[in-house]
Design a protein around this ligand. Structure first.
Ligand code: ATP
Ligand code: MG
Length: 444
C-alpha cells in the first residue's frame, strides 16, 4: 500500500465510524500544486479517545492538543481532533484548547495555502479561506488579521519566509507589512524553534532569497545581528569589487550547490563574520584595509552564535573547523607530505573545498585557481589512498605469531616489529611467513 492509499484508508475508517475527516495543511497544498506530499496530516471530528480506539497502534504526541500519531508500515500519521485555540499569553502555546468544527480548526492555522481541507474519498476541496485562489496567485497570506496572527505566535514570521521561498511564491502586501512591522517580536520565540526554521530555509535551493527577505523585513538584525553588522564593512577593492562584506557573504551563500547541508550554509554565512572586528585601516597613504586573522575570530564568533541558537554540538564544531581553516588552504602547498595527506583526507576537507568555492564565486573578480588546484590535489591523494587500501597485501605475521613462535612478551614492541615486517613486505624483501619470522629474528 502506498502512503497515499494508507492516508485515504485512515480517512475512510474515521468517516465510516461517523466522523467528519479530511487531509489538511501541507499535504493538500502540495497535492494541489501538483507535487507529492511527504506526509499527510489528518483532521477529524472524532475525539482523541475514539481515534485511539480505532487505531490501536498509536502513540500520543501531544495529548493535550488532541493529536494521536497512528503507526503503520507505511509510516506515521498525525490525526488531530478539530480544535480552536485561544489566548496566546506566552506567545507560543495557546492557553486553552477547545474542540471545535472544521472551519474553526482551519481559522487557527497560519496561511491560507496551509488552510485547505481535502476529502480523498469524494475528491473535494473544502476552502474556508480562499486558499485555492492564493495557490493560483502564488501568494503567502495570513489567515485573519496578519498583525494579530504574528503576535499570537511570532514564529510565523519565519514560517512565512520559509514557505514563500520553499514554494517560490510572493507575499500578499498586508502579510509582508506585518512581517516588517512585527519583526522584533521574534525575540519571544525559543532559540531552538528559530534555529529549526532557519535550518529549513537553508535546506532549500532559494536560501539566498530567504537571507535577503530576512534582511529586508528586519529579522536578520533581530536574530543574527553579527551578520547584519557586515553591511557597510569595506573590503579591499582590489580583491572585492562586489561590495561590502554583507554583499560578498550573500553572493557566497547564493553560490552554494542546491543540496548543501545546513552546516555548510552556516559556515558560508558566518565565514567572514569577524571582519568588522578585525578590520584595520592603512596608516599612511600606502597599504590597504585588511582583516588579518579574521578566520580564527570568525570561527569563535560562529561558535558563539550557534550556541546561542542551541545548535547541536557536532554541527557547531564542524562549522567552526570549516571557518577556522578557510584561509589556510593556500598553506597546503607547504605542508610536509604526511601532514598534507592527513589534512586533505580529513572527512571534512571536501566541505572545506565547497566553502572555498562559494567564497571565491561570491568574490568579484572571481578566481577559482586555488579551488581548482586543491580539488585536484584532493582527488589525487584520495585516489592514491584508496588504491593503497585496496592493494594492501594480507599481513604475513600477526602479534600472536610473534608471541608463540618467538616467545615475545605482549607490548608496544610487537606493534613496532609488525610495522617493520609490513614495510619489508611492501618492498618485496619478505614474501612468506617463514621469511618474515627470519626477518624478525634478524631484527632482534
Ligand atoms: P511542510 O511541507 O514543510 O511539512 P506543512 O505545511 O506541513 O509544511 P508543518 O510545520 O508540518 O508545515 O505544519 C502542518 C500544518 O500545521 C501547517 O500546514 C499549518 O496549517 C499548521 N501550522 C503549523 N505551524 C503553525 C503555526 N506556528 N501557526 C499556525 N499554524 C501552524
Ligand atoms: Mg508537514
Amino acid at each position: 500500500m502506498t502512503v497515499r492509499d494508507r492516508a485515504t484508508e485512515i480517512v475512510r475508517t474515521l468517516q465510516s465510524a461517523g466522523y467528519e475527516t479530511y487531509w489538511v495543511g501541507g499535504s493538500v497544498r502540495d497535492l494541489l500544486l501538483g507535487g507529492q506530499p511527504n506526509d499527510y496530516d489528518i483532521v477529524t471530528s472524532a475525539p482523541p479517545e475514539d481515534v485511539q480506539r480505532l487505531f490501536p497502534d498509536h502513540f500520543l504526541a501531544g495529548k493535550a492538543f488532541g493529536v494521536v500519531t497512528a503507526t503503520f508500515p507505511e509510516g506515521l500519521f498525525e490525526i488531530a481532533t478539530f480544535r480552536r485555540e485561544a489566548n496566546y499569553t506566552d506567545r507560543r502555546r495557546p492557553d486553552t484548547v477547545a474542540w471545535a468544527d472544521a472551519k474553526a480548526d482551519v481559522l487557527r492555522r497560519d496561511f491560507t495555502v496551509n488552510g485547505l481541507l481535502y476529502d480523498p474519498l469524494t475528491e473535494t476541496v473544502i476552502d474556508h479561506v480562499d486558499g485555492q485562489r492564493d495557490l493560483r496567485l502564488r501568494l503567502i497570506r495570513f489567515i485573519g488579521d496578519p498583525e494579530q496572527r504574528v503576535l499570537e505566535d511570532p514564529l510565523r514570521l519565519l514560517r512565512a519566509i520559509r514557505l514563500k521561498c520553499q514554494l517560490d511564491f510572493q507575499y500578499d502586501k498586508p502579510t509582508y507589512e506585518a512581517l516588517r512591522r512585527q519583526a522584533p517580536e521574534i525575540r519571544h520565540v525559543a532559540a531552538e524553534r528559530v534555529r529549526d526554521e532557519l535550518a529549513r530555509m537553508w535546506a532549500g535551493p532559494r536560501r539566498a532569497s530567504a537571507l535577503h527577505d530576512l534582511d529586508q523585513v528586519g529579522l536578520l538584525q533581530a536574530i543574527l545581528p553579527e551578520v547584519d553588522n557586515l553591511k557597510g564593512t569595506p573590503q579591499p577593492y582590489e580583491f572585492h569589487r562586489e561590495g561590502d562584506v554583507f554583499e560578498h557573504t550573500s553572493q557566497a551563500v547564493a553560490a552554494l550547490p542546491s543540496d548543501a547541508p545546513s552546516f555548510l550554509v552556516w559556515a558560508t554565512l558566518l565565514h567572514d563574520v569577524a571582519k568588522p572586528a578585525t578590520l584595520t585601516y592603512p596608516s599612511g597613504s600606502q597599504g590597504r584595509i585588511s582583516s588579518r586573522s579574521h578566520s580564527d575570530t570568525s570561527a569563535v564568533m560562529a561558535g558563539a552564535i550557534l550556541r546561542r541558537l542551541r545548535a547541536p554540538k557536532a554541527e557547531i564544531e564542524t562549522v567552526a573547523w570549516l571557518i577556522g581553516h578557510h584561509m589556510r588552504l593556500a598553506d597546503i602547498e607547504h605542508m610536509r607530505p604526511a601532514r598534507q595527506e592527513a589534512y586533505v583526507l580529513d572527512p571534512r576537507f571536501p566541505w572545506l573545498l565547497e566553502l572555498l568555492r562559494a567564497d571565491a564565486t561570491g568574490t568579484t573578480p572571481t578566481d577559482l585557481s586555488l579551488y581548482a588546484h586543491d580539488l585536484k590535489l584532493y582527488e589525487r591523494l584520495k585516489a592514491n589512498h584508496e588504491r593503497q587500501v585496496r592493494e594492501r597485501p594480507p599481513l604475513l605475521l600477526n602479534g600472536h605469531d610473534l608471541q608463540t613462535e618467538l616467545g615475545l612478551e605482549p607490548g608496544p614492541k610487537i606493534g613496532e616489529l609488525l610495522e617493520q615486517v609490513r614495510d619489508a613486505q611492501l618492498h618485496g624483501q619478505v614474501k612468506t611467513k617463514t621469511e618474515a619470522l627470519k626477518f624478525v629474528r634478524g631484527l632482534l
